[in-house]
Ligand binder design. Structure first.
Ligand code: ADP
Ligand code: MG
Length: 315
């Protein structure tokens, strides 16, 4: 069987089945945006790692080294934000082919440095012809503030903290050589929603949270499976930027399935309404958690549609 039959999540399930049984006490391993480590105090450590591969995640003639350095850390900080945590330290491993200029590396590091989070270790090696980057980020969060994918409750409302689909449309613009600056910026320099994540972490009424990296359809599915619930999403309420409306023939579909948004997806109980007046960020309500088995019912207003959408998978 080839890897595309097994699929990205099939392989992760296999790893989880093999290694889950040897997870030490106090560690929550595979399954959330970060692994969670309880060292015994009031705080938890959260740890995440993400790789970026030339030709798969970025094209060197489309992205500047500064943007790539920024994005390499941003996608990891987004996972830290998703737990309600604050970034603490990071590690960077990078494999570079001989063609890379020293100045390229300096610009890459300037982009990485722009997040102002410590880089305390890593590995540096050569490669044959592709750039390969792997970042690990460690965050801290108090036990009372951590948010997981598995805590959505029936009756919760579902929210996102930004517009969806811009990054996917940015990638399309790059591949079609269309100079749509706003969409390309969304793809190359996604802002990790750290301040939003930390504020949402403090709210007891926020139950489940994750970041959207594979598209709403796929990532909401992760919350539903982890929590054992279903969802109803009103497609009219999915937030779409003016730029996406102008650039895309199917903006709603792109918003639902396109990946790499790096906004937060959360579910919250009714008491959230009182707290939210103090929220210094964007928040869009898009649907509701229902009793059900991981199924998303896509609606046009109140009317349920026969639609099924898939997010991004590597294989
Ligand atoms: P995210 O998009 O939030 O980075 P992923 O969808 O990449 O999360 O991964 C889902 C879960 O599977 C995470 O808990 C991640 O740590 C874990 N995971 C992914 N790939 C591997 C791997 N090769 N080995 C162990 N765990 C993995
Ligand atoms: Mg994530």
């Amino acid at each position: 069987m080839k890897i595309d039959k097994l699929g990205e999540f099939g392989l992760i399930d296999q790893i989880k089945a093999m290694f889950g049984p040897i997870d030490p006490a106090g560690v929550e391993g595979i399954g959330d945006d970060c692994a969670v480590v309880d060292l015994g105090g009031d705080e938890l450590l959260v740890i995440t790692t993400d790789a970026l591969v030339e030709g798969v995640h970025f094209l060197c003639d489309a992205i500047t080294p500064y943007e790539l350095g920024y994005k390499s850390l941003a996608v990891n900080l987004s996972d830290v934000a998703a737990m309600g945590a604050t970034p603490f330290i990071t590690f960077l491993s990078i494999a570079l082919p001989p063609r890379v200029e020293a100045g390229w590396c300096t610009e890459f590091l300037r982009g990485y440095r722009s997040h102002n989070v410590p880089l305390v270790g890593g590995d540096t090696t050569g490669s044959i012809d592709k750039i390969f980057i792997n970042v690990t980020a460690v965050g801290r969060v108090s036990k009372s503030r951590i948010k997981r994918r598995s805590d959505a409750r029936v009756g919760d409302r579902i929210y996102v903290t930004g517009t969806l689909g811009d990054s996917a449309a940015g990638l399309k613009s790059i591949l079609q050589h269309v100079d749509n600056k706003a969409l390309i910026a969304a793809h190359h320099m996604p802002r990790p929603h750290l301040a939003e994540g930390q504020w949402l972490g403090k709210q007891a009424s926020v139950h489940a949270m994750m970041d959207i990296s594979d598209g709403l359809a796929s990532d909401l599915g992760h919350i539903l499976r982890a929590s054992g619930v279903g969802a109803k999403v009103d497609m009219r309420k999915v937030p779409i930027s003016d730029e996406l409306y102008q650039a895309d023939h199917q903006p709603i579909e792109t918003a639902i399935t396109g990946g790499e948004d790096y906004v937060l997806l959360l579910t919250a109980g009714a008491e959230f309404d009182d707290a939210v007046v103090d929220f210094d960020g964007k928040l869009y309500e898009i649907g509701e958690i229902t009793a059900g088995s991981s199924q998303i019912v896509w609606c046009d207003g109140e009317k349920a549609l026969e639609a099924d959408f898939k997010g991004f998978s590597h294989f």
